[in-house]
Design a binder for this molecule. Structure first.
Ligand code: MN
Length: 261
C-alpha cells in the first residue's frame, strides 16, 4: 500500500475514454497531457461506449486502427478493451507510467462510477498496475460543455495528485463542475456520494408497433451531501476522489465472520 510520486514531466501517458476516438473531451485531454508529459499515446474506442462499465469483449475479435496523428489508435471495442490492447500490444515495449481516461462529457459521481466506461478505463489501468485517473465534466445544460473550465483546472489537479501518488489498488476519480473557469471555488478532495440513475424511464411504441422502454438521464433524488463528490461539484468545486478496487466491506465481513464462527 505504498504511494510513490509519479514523474509526470517524464511520463509516458496513455489516454483513453468512453466517448470514443472522435470525442472533443479526448482531444482536450490529449492537449492537456501533451503540455504536461513527455510522451502521450491515445488508444480509445472507435465508437461511443458510455455506460459500458468494465465490460470486456471476449466473443469476437478486436481490430485496432491507426488514426491520423502520431501515436493515436482506435479499437472497435469497449474502454476496457482499448486500455488492455494499449498496454499489452501498442505500448508493449514499455508500459505507460500513467493512464488518463476522459474527459468524459458528463459527470461520473456517486454510483455513476459503477456504470461508467470512463472510470472503467482507469480501473483497467489500475488492475494492470499502472496509476490511473478518470476525468469527467459535469453538464447540467446538456447543450453546453464548459471545456474551458477543464483546460484551466485539469493541469493543476494532475500535477498535484501525481506529486503525491497513490497505491496500486487505487484510482483517482476527478469531476469538474459545470461553472465557468473563473467561478470554480477550489479543488475538494472528498468521498464518493450517492445517486441512482434510471429514475427517468420513458415508454413508447416503435414504428412497428412494439412497445419499448428508454432509460433517461434522470437520477433519483440526489442526496448531494456536502461532504461528497456530488456536494463538491454542486458548489462549484473540482472533486478529487480516490477509489479502491478492493471492495470488501470490512464491518459486514466482521459481522458475518462472527455469525459463521
Ligand atoms: Mn461517456
Amino acid at each position: 500500500m505504498t504511494s510513490r510520486p509519479i514523474d509526470l514531466k517524464n511520463a509516458r501517458v496513455l489516454i483513453s475514454n468512453d466517448d470514443g476516438i472522435n470525442a472533443p473531451g479526448l482531444k482536450l485531454l490529449e492537449k492537456i497531457a501533451r503540455s504536461l508529459a513527455r510522451e502521450v499515446w491515445v488508444v480509445a474506442p472507435e465508437t461511443e461506449q458510455s455506460a459500458a462499465s468494465h465490460s470486456l469483449t471476449i466473443r469476437r475479435p478486436l481490430r485496432i486502427r491507426r488514426t491520423s496523428g502520431r501515436r493515436r489508435y482506435a479499437v472497435d471495442g469497449t474502454p476496457t478493451d482499448a486500455v488492455l490492447l494499449a498496454v499489452q500490444h501498442v505500448m508493449k515495449d514499455r508500459r505507460p507510467d500513467l493512464v488518463l481516461s476522459g474527459i468524459n462529457r458528463g459527470g461520473n459521481l456517486g454510483e455513476d462510477i459503477t456504470y461508467s466506461g470512463t472510470v472503467a478505463a482507469a480501473m483497467e489501468g489500475a488492475l494492470l498496475g499502472i496509476p490511473a485517473v478518470a476525468l469527467s465534466l459535469m453538464i447540467n445544460d446538456r447543450e453546453v460543455a464548459r471545456w474551458a473550465t477543464v483546460e484551466r483546472w485539469a493541469p493543476e489537479v494532475l500535477q498535484r495528485i501525481t506529486a503525491v501518488g497513490w497505491p496500486d489498488n487505487v484510482l483517482i476519480n476527478v469531476n469538474f463542475p459545470d461553472v465557468p473557469a473563473n467561478a470554480v471555488t477550489g479543488i475538494d478532495v472528498i468521498r464518493q456520494g450517492r445517486r441512482k440513475i434510471g429514475g427517468e424511464l420513458a415508454r413508447g411504441v416503435d414504428p412497428r408497433g412494439a412497445p419499448y422502454f428508454w432509460i433517461g438521464a434522470g437520477r433519483t433524488a440526489d442526496s448531494a451531501l456536502p461532504a461528497t463528490d456530488l456536494g463538491a461539484v454542486n458548489r462549484g468545486a473540482v472533486s478529487v476522489t480516490p477509489l479502491a478496487l478492493e471492495r470488501t466491506h470490512a464491518p459486514t465481513l466482521k459481522a458475518l465472520k462472527a455469525a459463521f464462527s
